[in-house]
Design a protein around this ligand. Structure first.
Ligand SMILES: C=CC1=C(C)c2cc3[nH]c(cc4nc(cc5[nH]c(cc1n2)c(C)c5CCC(=O)O)C(CCC(=O)O)=C4C)c(C)c3C=C
Ligand SMILES: [Fe+2]
Ligand SMILES: [Fe+2]
Length: 317
């Protein structure tokens, strides 16, 4: 079972509001007491953020649908093809919206599956993403008399096949577009407080960056890690991507490539925030060359990585 975050069903205020409403009610994402959070969410965030964000989704929407959903379906089809010989069905579940994790489980149950391998497509574990997938699974299993054997792939931030897939994508991009002065690795952020409370996400992001830089043979001045997509007023993991974009040209760095290793599929946060908004910050601050390296999506090295992760689980059981 491949799992990702989910996305609105349409780039409209109504659909975005429904999506954000489900997402932002998850305690793993926003852990404030509901007595405080619900008035803010229902009174401010949902009415004011939904129309703004709907416009952003509209700007990146593909003919076939939301990029995250289209890419996820392609990943499912490609992995399915790779595992067909061993008669392993591949289903897709989303934490928020459709297809739900529950519907993905029902598909497997109907097929008589006895062992489920759950692969959340988050390379770096976070309480706000991977743990939330686990909660959903546990909630579904609560209703079952016979729980299947199952394994949960907690993270793969340092897996050789993941690092290789990232490195291949950077090399290919640099072959086609030329190498830049700096490779900026921008990860989705989380509140700093989550890290202080034990979330290993930030450490795993830094480890992914180090392994990728080593694989590419980069010197310390040739790469940098930042965190994007801040939400709310509290401090998030630093350095922030947007501030770094504005500062780099002043430091004399005018040509950069940007990769977002925490995103296994292109989505709003890569196509709009990185490819659009942050590019503008960099160019307006005096940058000359800015290049976004796409997420691993359904490229063959990424699908091979999924095959390797699944095979390792089968061998272990
Ligand atoms: C890559 C892993 C992700 C982590 C970690 C993560 C944490 C996190 N996110 C929010 C709030 C929002 N995220 C939103 C979009 C979004 N987030 C991820 C992934 C991670 N989030 C993805 C893949 C997407 C894109 C979905 C798509 O449809 O393309 C949004 C919605 C957009 C917006 O309103 O800006 C919010 C909100 C928090 C609070 C958080 C950690 C606590
Ligand atoms: Fe509420
Ligand atoms: Fe997010």
């Amino acid at each position: 079972m491949l799992v990702n975050l989910g996305t609105p069903s349409a780039p409209t205020t109504k659909a975005v509001r429904a999506f954000l409403g489900q997402f932002l009610h998850d305690y793993r994402v926003v852990d404030l007491t509901r007595f405080l959070w619900c008035p803010i969410l229902h009174g401010v965030i949902l009415p004011f953020r939904s129309p703004k964000v709907a416009k952003l989704y509209e700007s990146i929407w593909w003919e076939e649908g939301s990029p995250l959903m289209v890419v996820s379906r392609r990943q499912q089809a490609a992995l399915s093809q790779q595992l067909a010989e061993q008669d392993i069905p591949v289903v897709l579940g989303m934490s928020y919206g459709e297809p739900s994790i529950e519907s993905a489980w029902q598909e497997l149950k109907s097929a008589g599956v006895e062992k489920v391998i759950i692969l959340p497509l988050y390379p770096q574990y976070s309480v706000s993403t991977s743990a939330s997938v686990f909660d959903s699974w546990a909630k579904i299993m609560k209703k079952e008399r016979q729980i299947p054997y199952f394994s949960f792939i907690r993270d793969y931030y340092n897996h050789p096949s993941y690092i290789k897939a990232l490195a291949d994508s950077v090399r290919q991009d640099w072959q086609e577009n030329g190498q830049t002065e700096l490779l900026l690795l921008s990860y989705h952020g989380i509140p700093k407080r989550f890290e202080n409370q034990g979330d290993p996400y930030g450490h795993q992001c830094h480890k992914t960056s180090e392994l990728l830089a080593a694989e590419l043979g980069l010197e310390p001045h040739q790469w940098r890690t930042t965190f994007q997509s801040r939400f709310g007023r509290e401090e998030w993991l630093q350095p922030y991507t947007d501030e770094t974009m504005q500062a780099l040209p002043k430091e004399g760095v005018t040509s950069i490539s940007v990769i977002c290793p925490a995103f296994s599929a292109d989505c709003l946060e890569t196509l709009e925030e990185i490819s659009g908004e942050n590019k503008e910050y960099f160019m307006e601050a005096g940058g000359e060359r800015y290049h976004y390296i796409p997420a691993l999506n359904d490229n063959s090295a990424h699908i091979q990585m999924m095959v390797d992760l699944v095979r390792a689980e089968i061998t272990a059981s």
